[in-house]
Design a protein around this ligand. Structure first.
Ligand SMILES: [Fe+2]
Ligand SMILES: [Fe+2]
Length: 266
């Protein structure tokens, strides 16, 4: 089941990234030609990688098709954006993006593993708090998503950290962390964070990733033997990181004016 859920999370993160670039919320550039390629994003990798095991299902072909349509819509919207035209294609883009999520659900149903919608599935922000907001939408959304997935590690608290379900869940968390750290490090570089400060922050990112690897590698010989123990350690460290290293980024957001800011929650 986690296969489908994580595929949806990847897609949502990618779609948000494109949307924020077009809306000017995120000041990075995306190459429309690269974005047109449906095989290079994480969902594309999954579809043509481990997702291939569902290739016999008609729903699989539907997903391949809706995913291609989504990438074309994203690419042509970016072309319009680069030409300075208003994003008239946003509605189409959002519709094709929603179609991809629906296709993943359909594939999950046909595979006999009904995936609940991601929002209903990920706990309703029990961990995320408004005080963690740095004011850059993409990063804040990623933090929420990541914390939601960390909660899933505790679905079977008594399970061993070497159990199949836990290893799959922690792999999903690891990939989301990687995607998120890439975004954050790009943001820091663009915002001109001093190198020494950035080096410390980046080192902490590596340490958080190492922790995930260590938990699985140490397995039953490690100090965290159960899903509950591992979940507690990961959650504490990620929240600690957000508070200590990520929260100061909000001053950068404030300094760079509109770059990446969003309005406070009403
Ligand atoms: Fe960070
Ligand atoms: Fe972060």
């Amino acid at each position: 089941m986690i296969d489908f859920d994580i595929a949806k999370a990847w897609h949502k993160i990618f779609a948000l990234h494109v949307e924020f670039v077009v809306e000017g919320i995120e000041k990075t550039s995306l190459d429309p030609h690269t974005v047109a390629d449906d095989t290079v994003c994480d969902l594309g990798n999954w579809i043509f990688g481990s997702g291939r095991r569902y290739a016999n299902s008609p729903a699989y072909n539907d997903l391949v098709e809706t995913h291609i349509r989504f990438h074309y819509a994203a690419s042509s919207m970016l072309v319009q954006h680069l030409a300075g035209n208003a994003a008239t294609q946003l509605a189409l883009f959002q519709a094709t993006s929603a179609a991809v999520l629906a296709s993943i659900d359909a594939l999950a149903s046909s595979a006999g593993a009904l995936a609940a919608p991601v929002r209903a599935d990920v706990p309703a922000e029990p961990v995320w708090q408004d005080s963690m907001r740095i004011g850059m939408k993409l990063i804040d959304e990623q933090h929420k998503e990541l914390l939601g997935w960390i909660e899933k590690l505790n679905d079977q608290p008594g399970a061993s950290v070497t159990s199949k379900s836990f290893v799959r869940a922690i792999s999903a968390v690891k990939r989301l962390e990687q995607l998120h750290f890439e975004t954050e490090e790009t943001f820091m570089k663009r915002a001109g964070v001093p190198l020494d400060q950035m080096a410390g922050h980046i080192r902490e990112h590596s340490r958080l990733l190492d922790l995930l690897v260590e938990i699985v590698t140490d397995g039953d010989d490690g100090i965290r033997k159960t899903a509950a123990e591992a979940h507690r350690a990961i959650k504490d460290q990620v929240i600690g990181h957000i508070v200590r290293y990520d929260l100061p980024l909000r001053f950068l957001v404030a300094d760079s004016g509109s770059a990446g800011t969003d309005a406070p929650a009403k």
